[in-house]
Design a protein around this ligand. Structure first.
Ligand SMILES: [Ca+2]
Ligand SMILES: [Ca+2]
Length: 210
């Protein structure tokens, strides 16, 4: 019975959150605060969407987050950023929340199901505040952490790829579950979605759909 009630609660919450994006813009811009929304933890129970050779993950489905990495919903967003985010939410390390070496803390951890052995390219839909706010450190399983970002597209959601070079080899992943961690490297950064693809020429545009 407990499992039934839990599923029922999740269903109700999912329905509630699905209506967030349909609220008038004036309502979306009404608050300045950031908060840890239930969508952050409950959405973690949702499976990542896998189709063909693409695996799409919403940032807000992280199985674990550590401050100053926080989940932001469209409802509490300010400016013209929030209502363009996929799924009604995204993760953020707010500007001035602290970044290394002043503050080493802050991450978002994901569990991702990879459907087949192969070379995978990692794309992330991000929003950077500026040159001092345009990167994450990413670690896959217990592999060496690598730098992600440092591009110069600012103040708009856009997709960034790893590895950046078209000549570089993709990340080798085996079929099965993998852990991907986005770590605090600079504050003033936001993550809406990320996806893994085996297609070298694939370029996501706008909000990616499963
Ligand atoms: Ca930087
Ligand atoms: Ca999102």
């Amino acid at each position: 019975m407990k499992a039934f009630h839990l599923l029922s609660s999740i269903s109700n919450l999912a329905f509630h959150n699905s209506s967030v994006a349909e609220k008038p813009v004036t309502h979306l811009l009404s608050s300045i605060s950031y908060l840890l929304s239930p969508i952050c933890t409950l959405a973690a129970l949702a499976a990542t969407a896998a189709r063909a050779a693409n695996v799409l993950v919403e940032a807000e489905t992280a199985v674990e987050t550590e401050a100053p990495m926080v989940c932001v919903t469209n409802e509490v967003a300010t400016g013209d950023v929030g209502h363009t985010a996929s799924g009604g939410a995204w993760l953020s390390i707010p500007e001035k929340a602290g970044n290394p070496p002043k503050l080493e803390k802050g991450f978002a951890k994901f569990e991702v199901e990879i459907p087949s052995d192969g070379g995978w390219y990692l794309w992330a839909r991000v929003l950077w505040d500026g040159e001092c706010s345009n990167s994450f450190t990413i670690q896959i399983d217990d592999g060496a952490p690598f730098l992600f970002g440092e591009d110069t597209t600012f103040n708009v959601w856009h997709w960034v790829r790893y590895p950046v070079s078209r000549m570089a080899k993709p990340v080798t992943l085996s079929k099965g579950r993998h852990t991907i961690v986005f770590r605090n490297r600079e504050d003033g950064v936001a993550l809406d979605q990320f996806l893994l693809t085996t297609e070298k020429r694939y370029v996501p545009v706008g909000v990616a759909a499963p």
